[in-house]
Design a protein around this ligand. Structure first.
Ligand SMILES: Cc1cc2nc3c(=O)[nH]c(=O)nc-3n(C[C@H](O)[C@H](O)[C@H](O)COP(=O)(O)OP(=O)(O)OC[C@H]3O[C@@H](n4cnc5c(N)ncnc54)[C@H](O)[C@@H]3O)c2cc1C
Length: 488
């Protein structure tokens, strides 16, 4: 039996991001991945939202993705285009980048960090006890770990074996999705009719055509065949546009479910394994990557014995509401897309409302992940929110706040007079940086906020404490989030 501190089941977007975060914190982690390589069936998810690009920027790897994708200054809500170019972030756009491009880039980073991936293998079972988890891997291998994280997608075996309830709604609609070559130029764009909305699209000239067709029935077993796709095209458009070949044919539904608990002792859930919803609004991959960034440093601190296990409960407390919000807004988007005159009237009303600044900002910030506010109690508006990527001047010269987070360690950023606080009892976990920022502090949706004297920034970029260095609550905040003070 081999041993690792953490086993991650699933090397999709969530599992890869989590592995990177754990490796940065020095944790011995292994990924078990069913696929033999990082190839994705079809292109799947279409883009990265602002907050996801920000978390990649916090690790110094955003450029790798930006150079492979294309920026669009807007996000979509049930077909309404919401401009986000006025958002106070360096990444005030949606990055069009297929999941099939995203995963290999992320996997390269994980590889550089030295994380082993058992490819072509799967977790087939596990049993946990007081001190660890015995993880059964196909090929007659057993791994002993302190923690097991299920990043194994919507059909998660980990979630099922752990007996975690996956509560929510059964599907009401099924869509066929395909990437195809056609001899004739198809009718690109949306077509709404009584059964639902259909779409044919292509991002770039020369790319395959992406087909999404609402199906007549919800119940199906397995992926559709080429004949079924052809038949469906003909029944909607009266022609198959000379359908020649398909590199991917699949289907998805609007099933909407969430794990009742993201933690079951030494077993945790993240990504689609924890929350599943249809692709409207493009949030699944994004939410999973951000789950990983919330969980990574906490799990690392527990494994490294700097924090008690109870820190892991904050993962569920913080991320379950974010997942629930994604489920909620996709349900609204599915409902708004209902193809009848009454829903058309509702869509028109929503579009009208969303043309106003305040509603547009609210909904767009929710989809972009820029409005996330963990409930860390009353206080300055920054508390629990993401730290903005300010330009700051430090003793080492000008830098950006996100650059200070590249090594995934907490930062106590002091913008007041230098000195006055002894960080040495936490110096192996938290870096004290004296800095100056001359501009305004502006948060998405909230607007301008008063400049704080100092902020404690967690490795995930969220603010855990705001005050000045003489605040008697600062040592408690440090101990709560980063473990007890240790002798210098
Ligand atoms: C058509 C479509 C369009 C989408 N569009 C968007 C979009 O625009 N934006 C967006 O954010 N999201 C979108 N999504 C959702 C997105 O694809 C998922 O949310 C995302 O892939 C979730 O990542 P994950 O790593 O949590 O799970 P997955 O990507 O499902 O990865 C799970 C991994 O676990 C592996 N695995 C499964 N079981 C085991 C096991 N027992 N042992 C070992 N390995 C295992 C699988 O091989 C897989 O690699 C879309 C999805 C679809 C289907």
């Amino acid at each position: 039996m081999t041993e690792h501190a953490v086993v991650i089941a699933g090397g999709g977007p969530t599992g890869l991001m989590l592995a990177g975060e754990l490796a940065l914190a020095g944790v011995d982690v292994v990924i078990v991945e069913r696929r033999a390589n990082q190839d994705v069936d079809g292109s799947r998810a279409g883009g990265l939202h602002s907050r996801t690009i920000e978390v990649l920027d916090q690790r110094g790897i955003a450029e790798r993705f930006l150079s492979a994708g294309k920026e669009h200054p807007a996000v979509g809500f049930a077909g309404t285009v919401l401009d986000i170019s006025d958002f106070p972030t360096r990444h005030n756009y949606l990055l069009a980048l297929w999941q099939s491009q995203f995963e290999p880039i992320l996997a390269d980073w994980v590889d550089e960090l030295g994380v082993p991936i058992l490819r072509g293998r799967e977790v087939v079972g596990f049993a946990q006890d007081d001190t660890g988890v015995d993880v059964e891997v196909s090929g007659d291998t057993s791994v002993r770990a302190e923690y097991l994280v299920g990043c194994d997608g919507g059909r998660s075996l980990i979630r099922k074996v752990a007996g975690i309830e996956f509560a929510g709604l059964d599907p009401s609609t099924s869509w066929m999705i395909a990437e195809v070559e056609m001899d004739e130029e198809p009718e690109l764009g949306f077509r709404r009719e009584s059964v639902g909305t259909h779409a044919l699209g292509r991002r770039e000239d020369g790319e395959p055509v992406r087909v999404v067709l609402t199906e007549q029935h919800v119940e199906h077993t397995g992926d559709p065949s080429m004949d079924e796709l052809r038949e469906a095209l003909v029944s909607v458009y009266g022609t198959d546009f000379g359908l020649r070949s398909a590199s991917w044919i699949s289907r998805f539904t609007d099933m909407t479910r969430q794990a009742a608990s993201y933690r079951h002792g030494r077993v945790l859930q993240a990504g689609d394994a924890a929350h599943l919803h249809p692709p409207q609004g493009g949030q699944g991959l994004n939410t999973g990557v951000q789950d990983a960034v919330n969980l990574g440093w906490k799990l690392a601190q527990v494994v490294n014995k700097t924090s008690p296990e109870s820190l892991l409960d904050t993962y569920h407390a913080e991320r379950h509401p974010v997942g629930a919000q994604a489920l909620h807004n996709t349900m609204a988007q599915v409902a708004l897309s209902t193809p009848d005159d009454r829903h058309q009237a509702l869509r028109d009303t929503m579009t009208d409302l969303l043309s106003m600044d305040e509603p547009r900002r609210r909904i767009a910030a929710m989809l972009s992940g820029l409005d996330i506010h963990y409930d860390l109690g009353e206080g300055h508006p920054l508390l629990g929110r993401r730290m903005p990527d300010l330009d700051v001047h430090t003793a080492d010269g000008p830098t950006r706040v996100f650059t200070l987070l590249h090594d995934a360690r907490a930062v106590l950023l002091n913008l007041g007079e230098p000195g006055g606080f002894d960080i040495s009892p936490w110096a192996n976990r938290v870096r004290l940086v004296d800095a100056r920022h001359d501009g305004v502090w502006e948060l998405p949706v909230v607007g301008e906020v008063t400049a704080p004297a100092a902020v404690l920034i967690r490795p995930d970029g969220h603010v855990a404490w705001v005050g000045d260095l003489t605040d008697p609550e600062l040592p408690q905040a440090l101990a709560t989030w980063f473990g007890a003070a240790t002798p210098a």
